[in-house]
Design a protein around this ligand. Sequence first.
Ligand SMILES: [Zn+2]
Length: 188
Amino acid sequence: MIVGGDITCPRCQNKDSTQRVSLIAKQVDGTLSPQEVESLMDRLNSGEAQQWNKPNGGATWEQLEKTFRFRPKPRLPWWVNPSASTIRFGGFAIVVGILALLYFLSSLIPPPVLGLLAFLILLFFLSLVGYQFSVGAGKARRAYEAEMVAWSNARTNWTRTWYCARDNVIFVPPSLQTFAPDKISTLL
Ligand SMILES: [Zn+2]
């Protein structure tokens, strides 16, 4: 792995072994853009970066990348933002269920009261289902929005976090404090 960025490590005071944590993840995944590869090669050739087969401290780059990996974006529960086919099948299932119930009830009750009763039951069930759904969906949506804010703040901090392969420490410039790699979650 080629490591070397334009930020000085607060511990060894060198730039040749520091790298953004997010760029390490990309190098391990092989998802660097051509520009990023080019800039790393330029740095390596000019001596501003170094090749580290393994960072100091025993871990492999792959293990380190797992430590640094950023959690995936939170997702809205499927039933809050359901797909068209979920709505169609779900709605169909509810209507069939209610019709089956009404059919069953109609065998117990004499016909004159049936029409009104059937209508009231249908109305009751549909409003109950609708009410429960909207309350639940509102709660889930608010929870999701709060999670999204926390997630994107953490992600911003993650992209600001640097690693030094020589000292096996992470830091967030301009702060000069350094931490062990596994402490990354406390910085995010
Ligand atoms: Zn260092």
